[in-house]
Design a protein around this ligand. Structure first.
Ligand code: DAH
Length: 341
């Protein structure tokens, strides 16, 4: 009879264990069979009904049974623990063979790239950088550069006035005056910066960038300017290009020249880029006018100098084949992305 009780209970244990799917269910199982109030310890309560000589055997059987069930309980707990760990590992698994999500990185603006290249070239030649103010006075922007009031040359540059005699600089040339006011020759400076003119079409923008160069020392001639700009053009447009000077007019230089570079697209044979002339105009320059030197307290009988002004956008447009200056300020990503290294 006692054995029958254990047998029935064993069947119940097996059935219950077979249905355990979680730790909670296993806890219920323990409660039901193994806890103090559970059915296995409960078997001992019936000990009184067992014949006294059989009691030790019965007690031993119950204990063995309890130990077996406890073992089964431990095994089940370990199994559930392992299953839980495996499920967690599976859920958190990272597939290292998947391609990484590419992070979008920014790039430098073509004007910045061009400006940096130009600064690199001139720094290599020993130029120092000077930056002047964007809001200038009439004196620095015009008068002391030998552009007198009512001088027709003021019409060459449509000026934005901020107040009477205060304006947005129309070129980086006032940097020449500011440098010569503060330094004695020998001078070798590069003045990069933003300039402003009331002008807007496919190749002109009300705001654009220039780079001014000024060299003042004894015995500086137009040949020095040509040699230096020849080297500059080769570094920027390729070692095969040649340069030529054409006579021009600027109030602050005498003689004044326009510098052309042989067309780097067609090699000088003539194409759409060079308008079938074989040459492309890239910048203006000349020998610093003696009046400009005098205006800055530099003795023109002792010193001479050359100066030049380069449009950064113009160089960028030529280098990259950009036909509309407006593209450079719209910041359309489809445009900008083409300049990422
Ligand atoms: N400032 C002139 C312009 O904006 C460019 C220029 C021409 C600068 C000749 C110079 C120069 O220094 O010598 O059109």
């Amino acid at each position: 009879m006692e054995q029958q009780q254990i047998k029935t209970l064993r069947e119940q244990v097996e059935e219950a264990l077979a249905n355990v799917r979680s730790k909670e269910e296993l806890a219920d199982f323990w409660q039901r069979f193994l806890s103090k109030k559970g059915s296995i310890p409960g078997l001992m309560k019936g000990l009184g009904a067992v014949a006294p000589e059989e009691r030790p055997t019965f007690g031993k059987m119950v204990n063995e049974f309890k130990e077996q069930v406890s073992r089964r309980y431990e095994e089940m707990a370990a199994k559930l623990e392992a299953a839980e760990l495996e499920a967690r590992n599976r859920a958190e698994a990272v597939d290292i063979t998947l391609p990484a999500v590419k992070r979008e990185t920014g790039g430098l603006h073509p004007i910045t790239v061009t400006k940096n290249q130009m600064i690199d070239v001139f720094s290599g030649m020993g130029f120092e950088i000077f930056e002047g103010p964007e809001i200038e006075d009439d004196d620095h922007n015009f008068t002391r550069l030998n552009v007198a009031k009512n001088h027709p040359a003021r019409d060459m540059q449509d000026t934005f006035y901020v107040a009477e005699d205060i304006l947005l600089r129309t070129h980086t040339s006032p940097g020449q005056i500011r440098v010569m006011d503060n330094e004695k020759p020998p001078i070798k400076v590069l003045v990069p910066g933003r300039v402003f003119r009331s002008d807007s079409d496919a190749t002109h923008s009300p705001m654009f960038h220039q780079m001014e160069g000024l060299v003042v020392d004894k015995n500086i001639t137009l040949c020095d300017l040509q040699g230096m700009l020849d080297e500059f053009c080769r570094k920027i447009f390729g070692s095969e290009v040649r340069t030529r000077l054409r006579p021009s007019y600027f109030p602050f230089t005498e003689p004044s020249v326009e510098v052309d570079v042989s067309c780097f697209e067609c090699g000088g044979k003539g194409c759409a880029l060079c308008k079938h002339t074989g040459w492309i105009e890239v910048l203006g320059g000349g020998v610093v006018h003696h009046k400009v030197l005098e205006n800055c307290g530099v003795d023109p009988t002792v010193y001479s100098g050359f100066a030049f002004g380069i449009g950064v956008e113009r160089i960028a447009m030529l280098k990259y084949g950009i036909n509309n200056i407006g593209l450079m300020y719209e910041n359309d990503l489809r445009f900008l992305k083409q300049f990422k290294d």
